[in-house]
Design a protein around this ligand. Structure first.
Ligand code: C5P
Length: 303
């Protein structure tokens, strides 16, 4: 038995992202299809050395630009779980090893929060139920419930109301990251200034997934936020056309961007696209669907 728990936090891509009206609470009504990717962060929770106030002693990361204080969503997740638990929660140190780009439109911060919920829950003598974890996740952020569950799901409401979607086959992605992140609220705010028709039907994405047809999925990919992200970051157009010229079936902005995600016919093609784009950008390959936040096998907490 050890005194640490390690959890994987998987990134997501939106295969379809339809943005409807702004609600009274300022959020937009979404109809989205999430797919979890193999690309992940690693969250390590260990017992703090010293006693003190609050359930988190400190949070450390290996990535610049990630807050190491209680504004980090992973820190908030630990505190939220401690508030909901009937038992005294151990005081912990949180370490985040980032593989998912920061402010990249791939739900990296949300995934860290979801993995923290899973890891902290594993330290409890009486773990909280999945339903309670999902409630806490939804309070933390719109993408946190999906990153907790992973796989392929339709998200409605703010994106937090989830239903599973049948998906066959494995999909191969090349990803191109940007040095400069994009703030999600800025992208939604930009979209609100644009003349547009919301694209809410995900029918063709669902059809392609049932048929395990990567070519049909490539044709069906859609992101209502893409126009806003491209308007804020016109350089991304070049990234998308470069990836498509390198052999990707289709390139899109991932979520609110600026990461560009390229659906490829197979693993080899994804490697080629990542290698060609890799001359100019930091790139990675990934497959989907992947699981949600999950404990790494062999790690456990001694109570
Ligand atoms: O829920 P979360 O904190 O991740 O959302 C970040 C921001 O993204 C919100 O403050 C809002 O500006 C925008 N957003 C939105 N509509 C959604 C989800 C997010 O406007 N459905």
């Amino acid at each position: 038995m050890s005194e640490h728990v390690i959890a994987k936090a998987h990134a997501k891509v939106n295969l379809h992202l339809g943005v409807g009206q702004v609600r009274e609470d300022g959020y937009h009504e979404l109809v989205t299809v999430f797919q979890s990717l193999s690309l992940c962060d690693v969250v390590r929770i260990s017992r703090a050395d010293a006693m003190g106030a609050g359930c988190v002693e400190k949070l450390v990361t290996d990535a610049p630009g990630v807050p190491e204080d209680n504004s980090n969503l992973a820190w908030k997740a630990a505190e939220a779980l401690a508030r909901r638990s009937a038992e005294q929660v151990a005081r912990v140190v949180i370490e985040l090893q980032k593989g998912i780009p920061v402010a990249g439109g791939m739900a990296g911060g949300s995934a860290d929060a979801a993995a923290t919920l899973r890891a902290m829950n594993a330290t409890l003598q009486r773990p909280l139920s999945e339903a309670v974890l999902l409630e806490i996740a939804a309070e933390l952020g719109s993408d946190v419930p999906f990153t907790l569950l992973g796989e392929t799901r339709v998200g409605t409401g703010r994106g937090e109301a989830l239903t599973p979607l049948m998906s066959r086959g494995q999909y191969h992605w090349a990803l191109a990251f940007s040095k400069q992140g994009l703030a999600t609220p800025d992208v939604f705010a930009k979209l609100d200034t644009m003349e547009r028709q919301p694209h809410l039907s995900y029918e063709s994405v669902a059809q392609a997934l049932v048929c395990a047809d990567a070519h049909a999925l490539a044709d069906a990919l859609h992101n209502d936020l893409q126009a806003a992200a491209l308007s804020l970051r016109p350089d991304l157009r070049k990234v998308i056309s470069m990836g498509e010229r390198a052999g990707a079936l289709r390139g899109i902005v991932s979520g609110s961007g600026p990461t560009c995600a390229f659906l490829c016919a197979d693993a080899e093609s994804a490697q080629e696209v990542a290698a060609e784009l890799g001359v100019y950008y930091r790139t990675a390959t990934a497959t989907g669907p992947a699981p949600g936040a999950e404990l790494l096998e062999g790690t456990s907490w001694s109570i």
